[in-house]
Design a binder for this molecule. Sequence first.
Ligand code: P6P
Length: 327
Amino acid sequence: MIEREQDAPGSKGQFSRLLRDIAVAAKIVDRDVRKAGLVDLFGETGEINVQDEEQKKLDLLAHEEFVRALRRGGEVCLIGSEEHAEAIPLLFDDCQGKYVVLFDPLDGSSNIDVNVSIGTIFSIYRVPDDHVGRVTMESALQCGRKQVAAGYVVYGSSTILVYTTGNGVNGFTLDPSIGEFLLSHANIRTPNRGRIYSINEGNYNSWDDGLKRYIKWMQQEDPDDPDRPYTTRYIGSFVADFHRNLMKGGVYIYPSNTRDPNGKLRLMYEANPMAFIVEQAGGRAETGSGPILDVEPQALHDRTPVYIGSPSMVEDAIAFLSGERTA
Ligand code: P6P
């Protein structure tokens, strides 16, 4: 990682140290995830988190591991986590940290107890110049275009860390025999089109009519289009669905619906980091009414509709949503 990482300008190695701190936390979470069934880490804590969801034991453990690693590393002044209502100021007397880190410590945690892939998603911003020395919750509310880095870890058949600093996307696979992330996927580029779409079809009746027409179009045979019908793959873990689609081509959709008018996924620590990554890999990420990275956040736990993945497939979705296309 260090070899590949040209430090952010003027960071005097702080940026690489921050990435190292995140990688250390990821290794610890990987260890906990892999032994969860053996040391009573399955199940719930009995608490309801800020998302009004049952908090899993591993959710809390992952949150604590990342907070501990970032606090100890000293490069960060503010942390935002899915598992914590407010941003967590790491304000020492004179915080020297230059960065804000927002993260979903364990995405897809409903899959933990049934051994389906889960993941961590993180987003890194600089502390705005005029907030240095007096960081507040507002310092976390920056639009996605201002991210200096973003990444995710998939705890799957192997553990892979994928991130961007704005110079392309690289993937590192954890070699447990030496406890290091090794470069395994250099300069990831997502296919312009794939045959996979990821969406919870159980919400069909609450979808926009344009979206219904898009999904129906993907499901139709067409002698002039050998790609169709497409294939649906949806495992209830955004990180895993996103990673598969990034590598193979595909589109992941979590639309607004009657139950979730702004969609379900969180803007600051799920949609924005993945949008930064997918754009850096040649893909596209939209809310349905504009690029995700252009959304101005109002609060740490804002939600947004998500159409993300292969650029031609996201373009198709937007054309159907707008009514520009009906078939
Ligand atoms: P549903 C997990 O809670 C998550 O945020 C994503 O990882 C996943 O894609 C989605 O929600 C699943 O939500 O409503 O389809 O069960």
